[in-house]
Design a protein around this ligand. Structure first.
Ligand code: IPD
Ligand code: CA
Ligand code: CA
Length: 270
């Protein structure tokens, strides 16, 4: 694995240590907007990662969720989510991670997602593959949606504009179930190692998905937008899966977008 990955792993582990120390002490949160939580741990982890990246790669740009853009003229840019799964973290629900992805001239070239709770380090490098704790990982081999476990998420901002509940219901009916675990980076890492077969969400940010999409594609999976269009890092709507079920999911999504419900939504009357 490259120096980029080695150093990113080192930094992600150190930042996760900061998160865990806050979790052990008990943490409060404040709101950014109506429902979007942020804790002291988010900002402390962000500060540490940005400091370390600036020391190790002084010329690189950084886009970090809490501290914003640190732009340079470099073609390298790190996308940092210092704590993905903040709502989980703030409630003591043990599903959160640190996510760091490196883009070079518009292409993701390296990514790490570290989950301290299970001591799981997911890493990927463009053209070289994806690993979980140094063992190669691959997407699942499921070829029918009816055999799949899938995941999604709901962004905290503008919840009332989010149409995802319609997709959630139809996907839930068509598969073994939909998980909503609260960390997009881990959802994508789980698709990469085959624990999940697909993940989709509307309204993601580049730092949520930068490392995760590289994990999925390097593990043999695919990613597009929700209508099958090419997915760029700046595209908020994402479908990532093992490739075998991609067309079937896109067909189901086309039906939902067109209001053709395969399974009618039950009424509230008994
Ligand atoms: C959130 C999580 C969540 C996803 C949201 C993200 P945060 O990130 O990844 O699973 O559904 O869209 O904003 O706020 O915990 O870093
Ligand atoms: Ca996030
Ligand atoms: Ca975050």
């Amino acid at each position: 694995m490259s120096t980029f990955i080695d150093i990113a792993q080192e930094i992600a582990r150190e930042a996760a240590g900061v998160l865990v120390s806050y979790a052990e002490r008990g943490i409060g949160y404040r709101l950014k907007g109506e429902f979007d939580l942020v804790t002291e741990a988010d900002t402390a982890s962000d500060r540490l990662i940005v400091e370390r990246l600036r020391t190790r790669f002084p010329s690189h740009s950084i886009v970090a969720e809490e501290s914003g853009k640190h732009r340079t003229a470099s073609e390298y840019c790190w996308y940092v989510d210092p704590l993905d799964g903040t709502a989980n973290f703030a409630h003591g629900f043990p599903m959160f991670c640190v996510s760091m992805g490196l883009e070079r001239a518009g292409r993701m070239i390296a990514g790490v997602v570290y989950e301290p709770g299970r001591d799981e380090m997911f890493a990927a490098e463009l053209g070289a593959g994806a690993w979980l704790n140094n063992r190669r990982i691959h997407v699942s081999g499921a070829s029918r949606l009816s055999d799949c476990l899938v995941a999604t998420g709901f962004p905290s901002r503008k919840r009332h504009h989010n149409v995802n509940v319609h997709f959630f219901y139809q996907m839930g009916m068509a598969s073994h179930g939909v998980r909503r675990a609260g960390s997009a980076a881990l959802d994508l890492a789980y698709v990469a190692c085959g624990r999940l077969d697909a993940f989709w969400e509307f309204g993601l940010n580049p730092w949520d998905l930068a490392a995760g999409v590289l994990l999925v594609t390097e593990a043999g999976g695919v990613r597009t937008g929700m209508r099958g269009e090419p997915h760029a890092l700046s595209s908020p709507d994402l479908l990532a899966d093992n490739g075998l079920i991609h067309e079937e999911i896109l067909q189901l999504f086309r039906d939902v977008f067109a209001g053709r419900y395969r399974i009618p939504v039950p009424g509230l009357e008994p």
